[in-house]
Design a protein around this ligand. Structure first.
Ligand SMILES: [Zn+2]
Length: 443
């Protein structure tokens, strides 16, 4: 079995609107680089993976035995792995190599239960840095760039993941980690930083701190990930920092960022299929869905040694397309993730994603992307939703609140209480923002 990679097709990129330097004036990234070799033999990678986990990981041995695949379709018969499986295996229950071969661990915090641990051999770190170098290459980063890495360094995969990729690529790395926002802005200016890496929430904080001063910055590219963000948020960040924003996708269970990234077309994220096997399944039945159908993304890490994972239920909703991309990349694309099944709120029977709220708020120019949703249950056991959002101005807040509430009613049919606050009233996030406060669980 080989992956059916779409043929290469090279064409001139379109000029994007928005006042930024059009990508066609810069060197176009070569997204076919390193892919001229033989097509990916996914079946061989699958069988190697199944042999490794069958031998080393009791969890998988119990479920899979010594299974081998003879056709790609059989992947759909393999059991899923879930976040709960990771938590029950804490810390090293899913390890597929002897402990003395592990050279690093990362983990995700998670507000409830045990953290999710992912481990790396020396080879895993090499492969990860290759993927992260490729991520930066898709965004057009070169050795001439100065890259400020404001993802948190530490147990979180973002900081060190971007760090090793950028060092491998050979640009100048400024490892600020997150926080100390004024210093971040000062360094961006003084060191003529051209590439910024951080969460989209923190990018907004940096834009706010830079204010009009962002025009003195040299930023041209930003790589943002680790939380879902909307197209409205993209416009906000691009305008606020004067850069072109790229979405990067990854998750701790799969080893961190470096699973997928946008190309300069910004029309979906290319999945690195030589490392990760992607499926979209019906979230209810678990059955695979055809290209073009929306469902839950399921990922398998084909090459990771220490912490391989088979058919991980990401809880992220997306659509896969095998339409060729004009950028030339042979990798299939997934639609930008703007809703994580875990984040979906069910309010009075209506499904609502925080990103939908974000997009609606940003339709009103006087409102910002600094918002918080407070879900509660009234004395009559009825769910209530309060949207708290900051304005760009200090007057006329009541009118703005009425306007926003009207838009919510029209767009999603929900009666929502909107509270518009003065600039600076809500807490700022240096990493992943806490957008939802659900008080129903407490009551
Ligand atoms: Zn592309």
């Amino acid at each position: 079995m080989t992956c059916h990679l779409p043929p290469f097709r090279r064409s001139q990129p379109e000029v994007r609107s928005g006042g930024l330097e059009p990508p066609c004036l810069r060197a176009e990234p070569d997204n076919t680089r390193g892919m001229e070799a033989a097509p990916i033999d996914a079946l061989a990678l699958w069988n190697d993976l199944l042999a490794r986990v069958g031998e080393q990981v009791p969890f998988y041995r119990d479920r899979l035995g010594r299974r081998r695949l003879i056709a790609q379709e059989e992947v759909a018969e393999l059991p899923f792995t879930t976040k709960e499986d990771f938590r029950s295996a804490y810390p090293f229950g899913l390890l597929a190599v002897p402990r003395d071969q592990v050279v690093r661990v990362h983990m995700s915090s998670g507000t409830t239960g045990k953290p999710v641990v992912t481990a790396y051999t020396r080879r895993d770190l090499e492969l990860w840095s290759e993927c992260m170098e490729r991520v930066l290459g898709f965004a057009g980063v070169t050795t001439a760039d100065v890259l400020q890495n404001a993802y948190g360094y530490g147990l979180f995969t973002g900081g060190l993941g971007f760090h090793i990729g950028a060092e491998r690529l050979g640009c100048l790395v400024v490892p600020t980690s997150s926080g100390v926002t004024q210093r971040q802005v000062m360094l961006m200016r003084d060191l003529e930083v051209s590439v910024l890496c951080c969460t989209p929430s923190y990018a907004l904080v940096l834009a706010e701190a830079a204010g009009e001063g962002h025009r003195g910055l040299q930023l041209r590219v930003g790589l943002f990930g680790a939380e879902p963000w909307s197209e409205a948020m993209r416009r906000e960040i691009e305008a606020g920092l004067g850069l072109e924003a790229y979405d990067v996708y990854g998750l701790t269970e799969l080893g961190g960022p470096g699973v997928a990234v946008e190309c300069h077309r910004h029309d979906g994220l290319h999945i690195f299929e030589d490392h990760f096997y992607a499926e979209v399944v019906d979230p209810e039945s678990g059955r695979p869905l055809p290209p073009g159908a929306e469902g839950e993304l399921v990922l398998t890490s084909l090459r990771r040694e220490a912490s391989p994972v088979i058919r991980y239920r990401t809880r992220d909703l997306t659509v896969l397309t095998d339409e060729p991309c004009p950028c030339g990349s042979p990798f299939r694309r997934m639609r930008k993730v703007t809703g994580r099944a875990d984040d979906m709120l069910i309010i009075r029977g209506e499904n609502l994603f925080p990103s939908q709220v974000e997009a609606l708020l940003l339709e009103i120019p006087e409102l910002t992307a600094n918002y918080q949703l407070v879900v509660d249950r009234s004395a009559h056991r009825l769910d209530t939703l309060e949207v708290r959002v900051e304005a760009r101005r200090r007057d006329g807040l009541q009118d703005l609140a009425q306007e926003a509430a009207r838009r919510f009613r029209d767009a999603i049919g929900l009666g929502v209480e909107v509270t518009v606050l003065e600039p600076g009233a809500l807490p700022r996030s240096e990493g992943k923002a806490r957008r939802v406060i659900d008080r129903r669980e407490l009551g």
